[in-house]
Design a protein around this ligand. Structure first.
Ligand SMILES: [Zn+2]
Length: 452
């Protein structure tokens, strides 16, 4: 039995190795590297980390750690080894997407230090994809995935919603995704069945459900900080409550500080997690034109027809009534304030940037998200907690992932400049280790170029 397993693992390694064109190492040593373990805010200079199979087996000062002779050595001098990050609001391509589209997306995440993703636009093809990645047949971060989302179009009645919950639970999806448009009675039926079958639900707060009900129903995570401005709008404010605009943008000048504070406190009390996707909203509400955004980081790796579609969406988004620098900045300032207040209140925040999405390129967009969190007042260390340790807690996997420590799964990223100094430095990477397999960034990006 043991032999069979070992043989299968070796075969998987070989298949993976073929994909990136290098020999399959069984032991990898990062030597003379500064380790940022993320157990607390500290950096361990001149350390050596040894990985065997998928686990970290040694970690200590370089003069004390013996590097096994058979190891592949990765020179860490001047570099920083830290846990890989998570993209907790990923969109794995589906629908008409080709296998190449899916594989390219996963490789782009991996090439940018992302070692875990939570797919929030699931479909049946993502289940075998999750398994193929876990086996090592496809290069990519560990996948958690929702099923087809619950929206006004899919969950048309309580009966349909209950059936969807049962089918998605039986199919083996990790969570349910909630989109706008779900009526309150349908939502209540979905939530009750989800609780009964012990499957969590996350995503948007439908208008008919509202933030209060979302919190008592215990969304596992509310994504995009959806529903907060709608909840906090001043009673009697001169706004059309039926027309909140983009994530409540029409209400940004009419928020009641007391209601905002209550929303924050109630979120903490409910134990609901938040995926801000603040960077995505900053991009949408910036004054950057389609042409400018088309030159953004990583866009060159996306198919030209997709970038053209993004440019069209951008143009129509910018031509909406009320879209101007002053309104948008007001909205973003209120969002930053809210994110900071949630964080200060001890609400659990997890990192997500909503990629693939308009001008949100897998992996590259996580640095944009990190910058947005930093502009909201979080320190670089606090930002990385949301992408590592918090994610481990979110999935109840603290003992396996989330920090750099002996015994943990080796999901790591080797960064070229001190990430604790500033979050932009996270973009400068040598490579990613996925469950013990080392992928130089240049190799992954070269591979992506062939996946058109
Ligand atoms: Zn989404």
């Amino acid at each position: 039995m043991r032999t069979t397993f070992a043989a299968a693992a070796a075969l998987a390694l070989l298949v993976t190795a073929t994909l990136v064109g290098q020999a399959p190492p069984t032991t990898v040593a990062f030597t003379n590297v500064t380790v940022i373990p993320m157990d607390r805010e500290r950096a361990l200079a001149d350390h050596t980390v040894v990985v065997r199979g998928d686990r970290i087996v040694a970690l200590g000062p370089s003069r004390e750690v013996q590097v096994p002779a058979e190891s592949t050595r990765v020179d860490g001098r001047g570099k920083f080894l830290m846990p890989g990050m998570a993209e907790m609001h990923a969109h794995i391509p589906g629908g008409n997407a080709t296998e190449a589209d899916m594989h390219r997306t996963l490789a782009l995440f991996a090439a940018n230090g992302i070692t875990t993703i939570r797919g929030m636009l699931g479909e049946p093809r993502h289940l075998p994809l999750r398994a193929a990645v876990a086996k090592g047949d496809v290069v990519g971060p560990t996948i958690y995935t929702s099923g087809v989302s619950f929206s006004g179009n899919t969950a048309k009645s309580a009966d349909v919603a209950v059936k969807m919950v049962q089918e998605q639970k039986a199919a083996g999806y990790d969570l349910l995704k909630v989109h706008p448009g779900v009526p309150r009675d349908v939502f209540d039926a979905m939530a009750a069945e989800a609780n009964r079958l012990r499957i969590t639900f996350s995503g948007h707060v439908p208008a008919d459900v509202g933030l209060e009900r979302a919190l008592t129903a215990k969304f596992r995570s509310i994504d995009h900080i959806d529903g907060y401005f709608e909840y906090a709008v001043k009673p009697g404010a001169p706004v059309d409550v039926k027309n909140p605009g983009f994530f409540g943008a029409n209400f940004a000048a009419h928020l009641d500080p007391a209601r905002m504070a209550k929303a924050v406190a109630d979120t903490k009390r409910a134990g609901v997690w938040i995926v801000p996707t603040q960077g995505l909203l900053e991009t949408f509400m910036s004054m950057a034109t389609a042409e400018e955004l088309s030159k953004g980081p990583g866009v060159e790796y996306m198919p030209p027809q997709m970038v053209a579609a993004w440019a069209k969406q951008r143009q129509s988004f910018m031509s909406q009534p009320g879209f101007n620098a002053q309104n948008n900045e007001r909205f973003l300032q209120e969002r930053r304030r809210l994110l900071k207040a949630l964080h200060d209140a001890g609400v659990d925040i997890i990192l997500g940037s909503d990629a693939v999405q308009t001008f949100s390129v897998p992996g590259f967009s996580i640095v944009n998200e990190m910058g947005a969190m930093a502009r909201s007042g979080m320190t670089p260390y606090q930002v990385y907690v949301t992408g590592s340790r918090n994610v481990a807690r979110f999935f109840n996997r603290d003992s396996d992932v989330g920090t750099v420590a002996v015994g943990k799964i080796a999901d790591l990223v080797l960064v070229d400049a001190d990430p604790l100094a500033r979050v932009d430095n996270f973009a400068r990477q040598t490579g990613t280790m996925l469950r013990g397999r080392w992928y130089p960034r240049a190799d992954l990006l070269a591979k992506v170029r062939t996946m058109q």
